[in-house]
Ligand binder design. Sequence first.
Ligand SMILES: *Cc1c(COP(=O)(O)O)cnc(C)c1O
Length: 424
Amino acid sequence: MDRDTLCIQGGYTPKNGEPRQLPIIQSTTFQYATGEEMAKLFDLEESGYFYTRLQNPTNDAVAAKICALEGGTAAMLTASGQAATFYSVFNLASCGDHIVSSASIYGGSYNLFAVTMKRMGIEFTFVDPDCTPEQLNAAFRPNTKAVFGETIANPALTVLDIEKFAAAAHAHGVPLIVDNTFATPINCRPFEWGADIVTHSTTKYMDGHGAGVGGAIVDSGRFDWTKYPDKFPGLCTPDESYHGVTYTERFGLAGAYITKATAQLMRDLGSIQSPQNAFLLNLGLESLHVRMRRHCENGQAVAEFLQSHPKVSWVNYCGLPGNKYYALAQKYLPNGSCGVVSFGVAGGREGAARFMKELRLGAIETHVADARTCCLHPASTTHRQMNDAELAAAGVSPDLVRMSCGLESAADLIADIGQALEKV
Ligand SMILES: *Cc1c(COP(=O)(O)O)cnc(C)c1O
């Protein structure tokens, strides 16, 4: 089925007389007639529900829809995008292991990798996403377990050369994990370009209405862990904490990775999405294909307007010919990238702050990918403790405004931006 149909019909197919809308199974626990039946679930001998910390039918239906949209074989929901990122890597790497990551990733992911996971004994090497294949290959070590990148990085808006990263990962016998939050499977399906695992912050476009924080992990089922049993003992040798199950043997390549992440990590760390939030996420997914087109149209129209405005010193949007990532965007995102545009306002820090103050439609928020247009001036908010030199080192210029174009009329957005720029 086409992605437009999967957004509506994927994941949940009611049987005769069952609810047409996805039911919210608001139950922590599930009942069985005999202890033996439940024991089989605990031993992973049979699949079924017993406790919502591990699995819930509402969540599973929504995960199945996201799985179908990405073209994967198995998927799970997590309580947040951060949890999805953490699980996706920690499911493969433990103390003493190493990961190669694009340096151009979400700030929260960077912090998780460079600070928190480093404290757990996992080392990260950050590479320039625009590096040569030789530079990329040089980042690998014998204990490297995965490569990580972001389709369209938040907030730098760099476009990942997925094929380049996948080729390097596979040459070293490890999978490529791609955070596909900004592109969504509507605009890019990383599996089609060689990625092995995809993660999402569903908080952004998938929800799309600022209603619920959430995350998802999808497995392509294509990475053959059994070729590298020494690298991935967690998938290829018995799990003593699960009665000696070997995930690749019991669940095959299609199911091993997600089953391990559910049975082991979700069991022990418990970052499950609530069924209520999964229901809201599903409502968002039902219009994702329609909304993404509009977000991209508005992003493109706003970027073109800004580019022609005398009070705007630069515009970063990969849909603009001349942008550094235009060619990569045409290849990987031919139908549009996302609604997020960043640009510099004349007058530096003061000019940008004044511009934001004068906006009427664009609300000031530390959020993106919402139906309502929102914007952020990092130099006066998220990065306000930094001076201009420190900002430059962080890749944030004092004049930078990040605008997430919502679903309003492009004409109204442009009129609003125009009147605010006049006052700068
Ligand atoms: C927001 C975001 C995250 C983190 O997701 P949360 O749902 O806020 O935990 C991860 N990756 C990207 C690209 C994001 O934009």
